[in-house]
Write a protein that binds this ligand. Structure first.
Ligand SMILES: [Zn+2]
Length: 268
């Protein structure tokens, strides 16, 4: 079966605080990734296009599909990623934390990045108009699987409604902050009316995968062209997958403990 890489980026920037460094890909490196995709005939799709195409028999997948996703909604998507994507005529899916739009990334204060500017509504509307799919990423970026059902609902549903209100269009895809979810969280996302949701997992995706737990591969700061090619080929992923299993399942009870909750470094 054809493997489909769903890539996960966060920030496109040169200057970041050291604890956040892993999550910020330099603009030059990002351009080299896009160049690699172009020269190797990859066809970027949005998450919703991928889900439609794998679930609907009438829509077939391109020969070399790839999905480029961005989490959080940092303003550097507009200044750093969007111009490069446009240059290559590539689309992407952007997951937006709605509670910080037009403000700063206050939930990253502990990583020294609480002042990172977030996208404004005007920028989000422009991105949407220009073919960037906008999905929801909760309102305040919590670890959803540590919340009560009511609290998780109150993070998931308003983020969808707010984006729909400003974009005047249904918002159909969601990404779990930090990649963390539980059966209850997955059910809330489904019942909210989303048709897909992205996790992390560090694995390739395939036709027939659970569309409410799509696997993504993190593209970290030190991903040079060779490493990028290996990611796209699905190399070096099983080890990371094993680690992810421990993080998301075995350690959930630890993260639920208020005492220890902020002591681990998480995916932003
Ligand atoms: Zn996030």
């Amino acid at each position: 079966m054809k493997p489909i890489p769903i890539l996960l980026y966060h920030s496109i920037a040169d200057q970041v605080a050291p604890p956040f460094k892993k999550w910020a890909v330099a603009p030059a490196a990002f351009a080299s990734h896009l160049d690699y995709l172009k020269s190797h005939h990859y066809r970027p799709m949005t998450v919703s296009q991928l889900v439609d195409s794998t679930e609907n028999n009438s829509a077939s997948l391109p020969e070399r599909p790839v999905v480029i996703t961005f989490d959080d909604g940092f303003a550097d998507f507009y200044t750093g990623a969007f111009p490069a994507l446009r240059q290559y005529d590539f689309t992407a899916t952007l997951y937006i934390t709605t509670g910080y739009i037009g403000q700063t990334s206050r939930w990253l204060s502990r990583e020294g990045e609480g002042e990172r500017p977030m996208l404004t509504w005007d920028q989000i509307r422009e991105l949407h108009t220009n073919g960037i799919e906008c999905g929801a990423h909760t309102h305040h970026h919590p670890q959803l699987d540590t919340l009560t059902t009511t609290a998780a609902h109150d993070e998931i549903v308003p983020s969808k409604l707010m984006l729909e209100h400003y974009l005047r269009q249904p918002v159909t895809t969601f990404a779990y902050p930090h990649g963390y979810y539980s059966p209850a969280v997955r059910r809330i996302v489904q019942e909210a009316g989303f048709s897909s949701a992205c996790a992390v997992k560090h694995a390739m995706s395939y036709k027939g995968d659970d569309r409410f737990a799509l696997a993504r591969i993190i593209v970290a700061a030190d991903t040079n062209t060779d490493a990028f090619a290996r990611l796209l080929a699905g190399q070096d992923l099983p080890v990371a997958l094993k680690r992810e299993r421990i993080q998301t399942k075995g350690w959930r009870w630890i993260r639920r403990s208020a005492k220890l909750i902020n002591q681990r470094r998480l995916t932003p």
